[in-house]
Design a binder for this molecule. Structure first.
Ligand code: GLN
Length: 387
């Protein structure tokens, strides 16, 4: 019998380590601080809106690039929040989560052999996204303590083959919130080399200690060369709904819509209706969200430090990167496996956020999108490490 071959693309990346750690958490009954999804309920009004949409028989395909009501709600919220005008008819594509938004944008804008600049550490999906698009990633280091980059190193990563730079601010896994000056440096290079920014801003409402989220599309010069990716998942605690979107100038959106249509046709129609209700929540919802996350952050930081881990304080998103160098593990995977099996707390091995595993060998990522009781219980368990 001839062996069936799988594709070279599929062979060239591994399963998601984040999702794998969730499976280990379930198998060992560990508290899951690995995958970033909340263990608390979504807002009542948006759950009711989803149920009402199904009752009202919003059960067939929405328009492939998104139900009009949701696109209008997205545009209205962007205008309210940032004062930026977005045309819901020509500049938005609703996708199955920000995840599909990213891969659709890459497939729509990048040709095989083109280069894509990626800041490192990076959310692990961006690696396989680049491979699936046939792009060659050029990594630029974000360095501790404030996870900033060297402008010369960034400039050296750009060149005539650069088609795009992937940004994620507020950042997963570092918690960095890119400053206006940093984004201006990126903008200068995008303009110089004719590149676009594909900017994942899914954590836009989670910033702490006065950090301010700057949408990349608002940096002068970037209006016409940015794809902004966002979604319902994190802001409204509905990661399983899989509703996200891209915002980009009409020509880019046209290409993204075509790719999206053939990838997935569209996101769940009733959940798009509920998404419109979510986006219509008042401003107080977002200040409350940020205040609640700040409290969760501080509980987790305290718990990790009490356990002897060296933490890097996040100013945005809902993850804490830690250094476990002092704890005597051979590497991050051994540390994470010990934690999930013997301590009962799941984290993500740092190597999954780097192009070369050795760069994350002493790091673990913990997420704090969990109830305070969950974080405190994780803290109790982690105390065993410090002893
Ligand atoms: N963004 C989340 C994380 O980094 C979860 C992503 C996912 O698993 N789809 O953990």
């Amino acid at each position: 019998m001839t062996a069936i071959r799988t594709s070279a693309k599929a062979e060239s990346f591994t399963e998601s380590v984040i999702r794998e750690m969730t499976r280990h958490a379930v198998a060992h009954g560990a508290i899951n601080l690995a995958q970033g999804f909340p263990d608390f309920p979504a807002p009542e009004e948006i759950k009711r809106a989803a149920m009402a949409a199904i009752e009202a028989d919003v059960n067939q395909y929405a328009i492939t690039w998104g139900a009009r009501r949701l696109r209008e709600a997205i545009a209205a919220k962007v205008a309210r929040t940032y004062g930026t005008a977005v045309d819901p008819e020509r500049e938005i594509c609703v996708t199955c989560g920000a995840t599909e938004g990213m891969i659709a944008a890459m497939l729509a804008l990048v040709d095989p052999g083109d280069e894509v600049v990626v800041f490192e550490p990076f959310y692990e999906n961006y690696g396989p996204d680049a491979i699936l698009a046939g792009a060659v990633p050029r990594f630029v280091a974000l360095r501790e303590p404030d996870w900033t980059f060297d402008e010369r190193e960034l400039a050296a990563a750009f060149g005539p083959r650069t088609r795009a730079v992937i940004l994620n601010t507020p950042n997963n896994p570092t918690g960095k919130v890119f400053t206006r000056a940093e984004l201006q440096a990126v903008a200068r290079l995008c303009e110089r080399w004719g590149a676009v920014a594909i900017s994942d801003e899914i954590y836009e409402h989670m910033t702490y200690d006065g950090a301010v989220h700057e949408p990349v599309a608002r940096i002068p010069g970037m209006e016409d060369r940015t794809v902004t990716i966002n979604g319902l998942s994190k802001t409204y605690s509905v990661t399983g709904w899989r509703v996200g979107w891209t915002i980009a100038p009409p020509d880019l959106t046209g290409a993204i819509r075509k790719v999206h249509d053939f990838l997935t046709v569209g996101a769940a129609a009733p959940l798009q209706e509920a998404g419109a209700a979510a986006l219509e929540l008042p401003g107080s919802y977002y200040s409350r969200l940020a205040a609640d996350y700040l409290e969760r952050r501080d509980v987790l930081l305290g718990a990790l430090e009490a356990a002897g881990l060296k933490t890097s304080k996040p100013f945005g998103a809902y993850y804490v990167m830690c250094d476990v160098a002092g704890l005597g593990f051979a590497d991050d995977v051994e540390a994470a496996m010990h934690l999930v099996r013997d301590v009962g707390v799941a984290s993500v091995p740092g190597s999954s956020f780097f192009s070369r595993p050795e760069l994350g060998r002493t790091k673990l990522r913990f997420s704090f999108c969990k109830r305070l009781e969950t974080l405190r219980e994780a803290g109790e368990r982690l105390r065993a490490l410090g002893r």
